[in-house]
Design a protein around this ligand. Structure first.
Ligand SMILES: NC(=O)c1ccc[n+]([C@@H]2O[C@H](COP(=O)([O-])OP(=O)(O)OC[C@H]3O[C@@H](n4cnc5c(N)ncnc54)[C@H](O)[C@@H]3O)[C@@H](O)[C@H]2O)c1
Length: 355
C-alpha cells in the first residue's frame, strides 16, 4: 500500500468548490486503484482566515506543510481584501519558500470543448508552458518612497540570476526532450530589456548545447501572442519568465476554451519540499457560490500531482475519464454546457469507476 500525505488548501471563492470536487475524485481513485491511499488534511487558510487573524496563514505555515508529499491548492482573492495581500500572504510564500521554481502549465484543446480559434480543434493546440517561478518580475524587490506626495516613486525590480535562469532552461529543455516533438520556444523581450533578458537569451543558447536533439527557437513576447493565436500548431513546449508566462498561460487557457480547464504545477524538481498543484484560475467572484465552476482544471492538476508522486497509472486513468466526460458533453457553462460542478464531478467519478 502506498500512502501519500496531501495538504488541501482550498482558500477563497471557487477555490473551495473545485478543490472539494477534486478531493471527491481523489477518494474515488483511491477506491478504484486499491493499493494507494491519499491522506488529505484540510487547511482553512485564505481571506476568511486573514479577516479573523490578520494573516493569510499562520507564521509557522510552511513548517506545517513541509512534511506533506504534495499541496493541493484552490485560489486566493476576495473582493474586500487587496490582491497583493492575498497573493503575497499565501500562494507566493509557498512557491518561494519551497523553491518551487518550475511552474508547469499544460494546455490542450480537449475533444468536446470549442476553442475560440475558428479552425483549431483537438491536436491543433497541445502545449506545455514552463514558467520561471522564483525570481524575475515577481521577485518582490522594489519599494515606495515619498508616499502620497507628488514626487512619489514606486520601483518593481525584475531580478534574473544565472543560477535561476540556468535551472529553468535546463528544466524546459528536458521537458521538451521528453515530448514527441522535441520542440522548445524560448520567450524573451531582449530587444527592449537589454540586461536581464539578454542574459536570459545567452543562457538559453548555452543550455541548448546540452540538448542537441531538441529544436528550439526564440520569440519576443509580443510576437508570441500572435503566433499562439494564428499558428498554434507551430508550438509545443514554451519557456518564459514569471510575468510573461503568467500572461501567456491565461491566453493559452482561453484559446483552449476556458480558464476553467487550465491547470498548473509548482514544482520543486529537486524534491527537497512538497510541490503545489492548482488550477490557473483565481477565485472568480462572479460565479462564486453558484455551483457552476468548471472543476476540470482542478482534476487536471490532480493528475499532474499523481504524476509527480509517481502514480502514473492513476494519473492516466483520471485524465482519460476527464477527457471522456468533456467529449460526451457534460460541461459547465464556461465551456458551453449546462452542467453544474457536482454533475461534472459525478460524471468523472462514474467514468473512473466503469474503467
Ligand atoms: N492563483 C490564484 O490564486 C489566482 C489567480 C488569478 C487570480 N486570482 C485572484 O482571483 C480574483 C479574481 O480574479 P480574476 O477575475 O482576474 O480571475 P479569475 O480567474 O478568478 O476569473 C476570470 C474569469 O474566468 C472565469 N473563470 C475562472 N475560473 C473558472 C472556472 N473554474 N469555471 C468557470 N469560469 C471560470 C471567471 O468566472 C471570470 O469570469 C482576484 O482577487 C485575483 O487576484 C488568484
Amino acid at each position: 500500500m502506498r500512502n501519500y500525505k496531501i495538504a488541501a488548501i482550498p482558500a477563497d471563492g471557487i477555490g473551495t468548490e473545485v478543490i472539494s470536487a477534486g478531493v471527491s475524485v481523489l477518494e474515488c481513485l483511491q477506491k478504484k486503484v486499491g493499493d494507494v491511499t491519499f491522506q488529505i488534511e484540510h487547511f482553512d487558510w485564505g481571506s476568511d482566515y486573514y479577516k479573523k487573524n490578520g494573516v493569510m496563514m499562520p507564521e509557522n505555515g510552511l513548517e506545517k506543510l513541509k512534511s506533506f508529499d504534495a499541496i493541493y491548492f484552490g485560489a486566493v482573492g476576495a473582493p474586500d481584501v487587496p490582491d497583493h495581500i492575498t497573493l503575497w500572504g499565501l500562494r507566493l510564500p509557498i512557491c518561494q519558500g519551497f523553491d518551487q521554481y518550475a511552474n508547469v502549465r499544460p494546455t490542450k484543446i480537449m475533444a468536446g470543448i470549442q476553442s475560440p480559434l475558428r479552425n483549431a480543434g483537438p491536436g491543433d493546440l497541445d502545449w506545455v508552458i514552463v514558467r520561471e517561478n522564483s525570481e524575475g518580475e515577481y521577485s518582490g524587490h522594489g519599494g515606495r518612497a515619498h508616499r502620497g506626495l507628488p514626487e512619489e516613486v514606486g520601483t518593481e525590480v525584475a531580478i534574473f540570476t544565472r543560477a535561476g535562469v540556468t535551472r529553468i532552461m535546463r528544466y524546459a529543455f528536458k521537458l521538451a526532450q521528453s515530448r514527441p516533438r522535441k520542440l522548445l520556444t524560448v520567450v524573451t523581450k531582449s530587444n527592449a530589456q537589454r540586461h536581464g533578458m539578454v542574459m536570459w537569451d545567452e543562457i538559453a543558447a548555452e543550455v541548448a548545447t546540452e540538448f542537441p536533439d531538441v529544436s528550439w527557437d526564440k520569440m519576443l513576447v509580443d510576437a508570441m501572442t500572435v503566433r499562439m493565436t494564428l499558428h498554434p500548431k507551430s508550438l509545443d513546449t514554451i519557456v518564459a519568465t514569471n510575468l510573461h508566462a503568467d500572461i501567456l498561460s491565461d491566453l493559452a487557457g482561453a484559446l483552449a476554451g476556458s480558464l476553467g480547464v487550465a491547470p498548473t504545477a509548482n514544482i520543486d524538481p529537486e524534491r527537497r519540499f512538497p510541490s503545489m498543484f492548482e488550477p490557473i484560475h483565481g477565485s472568480a467572484f462572479d460565479i462564486t457560490g453558484k455551483g457552476i465552476a468548471n472543476p476540470v482544471a482542478s482534476f487536471w492538476t490532480a493528475a499532474q500531482m499523481l504524476d509527480h508522486l509517481g502514480e502514473h497509472d492513476a494519473s492516466a486513468l483520471l485524465m482519460s475519464a476527464v477527457e471522456e466526460v468533456c467529449a460526451t458533453g457534460v460541461k459547465t457553462p464556461d465551456v458551453g454546457g449546462r452542467a453544474t460542478t457536482r454533475e461534472v464531478t459525478d460524471a468523472v467519478i462514474a467514468a473512473i469507476m466503469k474503467r
